[in-house]
Design a protein around this ligand. Sequence first.
Ligand SMILES: Cc1ncc(COP(=O)(O)O)c(C=O)c1O
Length: 353
Amino acid sequence: MIDLRSDTITQPTPEMLDAMQAARLGDDSRDGDPTVGELEALAAKRTGKDAAIFVPSGTMGNLVAMMAHTGRGGELLLEEGSHILKSEMGAVAQVAGLFHRTIRGESGAMDVGTLAETISAQMKPNKLATALIEMETTHNGAGGTVLPLDHMAKVHALGRQHGIPVHTDGARLFNAAVALGVPAERIARHTDSITFCVSKGLSAPIGSLLCGPKEFITRARGFRRMLGGNLRQAGMLAAAGIVALDSMVERLADDHATAKQLADGLHRIAPALVDPESITTNIVRVDTTVSGWPAETWATALQSRDVRVSPGGPMQLRFVTHRHISTADVETALQAFRELWSEVPGPAAARAG
Ligand SMILES: Cc1ncc(COP(=O)(O)O)c(C=O)c1O
């Protein structure tokens, strides 16, 4: 099976498994776990922040960040297709107690003019105060797009101007860094706090890091505990995270290359499927309209040929490349797509449907 559903399916490397077995352990929620401490220090260093906290998931990292930055009842401004809104179960409202207002975006980047107009530095009789601004890079919903650094700088400057903190969901921060050809710190300097996951393309089995100012991370520790995210001998997981940061970052370029190879191949089958120029990291979003088949039909047909992909919308397929996808796997997946292409009804059927 060639599994292109997500980079979250990556298995730990043999080096990670060795490190997990050899890790020095402690009770992380009592006196601290030395290996977790090591990973947190490394994460802070890589992002240029004062401190970091290890959390079980990216979702919890974002939630703890929202809670630690704000009191309840303020407004969160974020791009309309943000993962926080689309896939984190409304925690922004249900748990963090924030109201959200979306800002129109282009390739995952909020329109800065609209953002500036929407910010409300103080609560007014008819307007909530903006409590937090959020960005996402790489932007999952927009197809793994990378926010330009000057865009991030403008958003951060707006936040500073109004005294509003800025959080960035950098679940795939290192994909963004590799695509931009800069250290992660260059991205993270344009945000007050940032989450990243070691459990995605970096191949560690579990875990994310939330990085930011010292006092913010101290507050985050309290909220992590409140949410049941305190772990005990978590050094077993952190050990894999250290290997991920030390040895798995540069190879993300291979995943970006296979994503490009896939997009090029699909574009050759039908140009309307995908614009290869838009692919900069490891996510390929394919518009199936031209084929006449909805994404679900494609996913089922591809699965019968041992290729797994996720529908990203009614007429959108989402392919994600990762460590277990070789260039030969991409060719096999493309061959399966090509063979199925001879069966598709074409765009007229899609219009009629
Ligand atoms: C952009 C983004 N943020 C946050 C998350 C959540 O991470 P987790 O699945 O570890 O909760 C994901 C997961 O895919 C993501 O793509």
